[in-house]
Write a protein that binds this ligand. Structure first.
Ligand code: FAD
Ligand code: FES
Length: 370
């Protein structure tokens, strides 16, 4: 059957139908998915929680997945990934994002300072394999650190909403209690669900540093203890070997958790998500020659960095989202030359192949079509 939108699209050529509709209202779209910010909360220092109402194309997310949003700053659209913190079962078609402001970070600082109800952003469908399995495991261990709480919080809220009855432990690391987003709600979840154990850790912090008394009732909070290790795991989830474990956080936490699970031969029960890229060490013998950005006529000496970093250093502004090889926003064609995948160390040199600029570094001379 001919799609009515396709027919109208043909009539409105050369511009897509959405170009006309957005003149009426930015969220009135035929094809393009967008979302309007309806509430903004800045209750945790350095982060902002946005509630968004997506357009009718939104199909929801599975707990743990991320979305990409496009935010226009000074006339340029910037894509970034954020993991919804709301439970996946939420029926009122809203998305909640908690964004930590990074010093010098373009989009996160912008949202933290300027996001207000009425702001409209582009929205991509939810994606990612870091998600609660549809058949819920018998025991679930959730571990997070810092802003890595977001996908794991969606999992926790989903399990709480569903009335999941098996044991769940949520272990979260932060610098201090005031920096834990949604902390009061965590307490409420722990109070209402005896099977859910919530453990908050503030390593390197003294209890005497508390600016306000710790009022939380049902979560266990420990200041000044150590970082994640086997003993901690045994303490908070002695059944961890039978559980499925989901972890998201800074590299040091991820490394510590991986080390323990590998030593216990439980790596297949560990599911991870990172917000930043872990790369293989740069091979000095790769760092020679020049990178030619053919479409822009720009050429620069190969510095050994990722092609995305090198393009930006040369004054170009290629589109990007995650900077870690998961969203494909930065894909461009390698016309000639050899590149190394910074995640795996593998090289590729077939001409005219699409590559992801953020996770590819040149090995000598390379031509990229941007
Ligand atoms: C799957 C996924 C889910 C995520 N979920 C969340 C979430 O729920 N909440 C959240 O707060 N964040 C989340 N993030 C991180 C988020 O996508 C952004 O990376 C973060 O908000 C920073 O974006 P920014 O525009 O502020 O910073 P950017 O301007 O992109 O900069 C990020 C960092 O890189 C540095 N940098 C920028 N440009 C360069 C360059 N050219 N060369 C070298 N370094 C540079 C900056 O100094 C800064 O420290 C997620 C990321 C992924 C991949
Ligand atoms: S920016 Fe996401 S894959 Fe490169």
């Amino acid at each position: 059957m001919v799609d009515l939108v396709d027919v109208v699209q043909t009539l409105t050529t050369p511009h897509p139908l959405d170009r006309y509709l957005e003149l009426i209202r930015p969220t009135l779209t035929a094809r393009r998915m967008r979302a309007e910010v309806t509430h903004v909360r800045r209750s945790t220092p350095g982060s902002v929680t946005l509630t968004l109402r997506p357009t009718r194309q939104w199909r929801g997310h599975a707990a743990g997945q991320y979305v990409q949003i496009g935010v226009v700053i000074d006339g340029i659209r910037h894509l970034r990934c954020y993991s919804p913190v709301n439970p996946e079962s939420r029926r009122d078609r809203h998305i909640q994002l908690t964004v930590k402001a990074h010093t010098g970070g373009l989009v996160s600082e912008h949202l933290y300072r300027h996001a207000a109800p009425g702001l409209v952003v582009d929205l991509e469908p939810a994606a990612g394999t870091f998600r609660l399995p549809a058949a819920r495991p018998d025991r679930i261990l959730l571990i997070s650190g810092g802003s890595g709480i977001t996908p794991v919080l969606s999992m926790l809220r989903t399990l709480a909403d569903e009335g999941y009855r098996e044991p769940v432990t949520f272990l979260h690391y932060a610098k201090s209690p005031v920096l834990v987003p949604h902390r009061a709600e965590l307490d409420a979840i722990a109070q209402a669900h005896p099977n859910i154990r919530i453990e908050l850790r503030y390593p390197g912090r003294r209890a005497a540093d508390d600016l306000e008394p710790v009022t939380i009732r049902s979560c266990t909070e420990v200041s000044g203890g150590g970082y994640f290790d086997y003993d901690e795991l045994e303490r908070v989830a002695p059944w961890f070997a039978d559980a499925q474990t989901f972890v998201c956080g800074p590299n040091a936490l991820m490394d510590a958790v991986r080390k323990v699970f590998e030593a216990e031969q439980l790596a297949d029960r560990l599911h991870t998500e990172e917000f930043t890229l872990t790369t293989v060490p740069v091979d000095d013998s790769d760092v020679h020659g020049a990178v030619s950005f053919t479409a822009s006529g720009v050429r620069a000496a190969n510095s050994g960095a990722s092609l995305l970093d090198q393009a930006e250093a040369a004054g170009l502004q290629p589109e990007y989202g995650c900077r870690m090889g998961i969203c494909f926003s930065c894909t461009a064609v390698r016309r000639s030359g050899c590149t190394r995948d910074l995640r795996t160390g593998e090289t590729g040199s077939d001409p005219d192949q699409p590559i992801q600029l953020c996770v590819s570094a040149p090995v000598g001379d390379v031509e990229i079509d941007i």
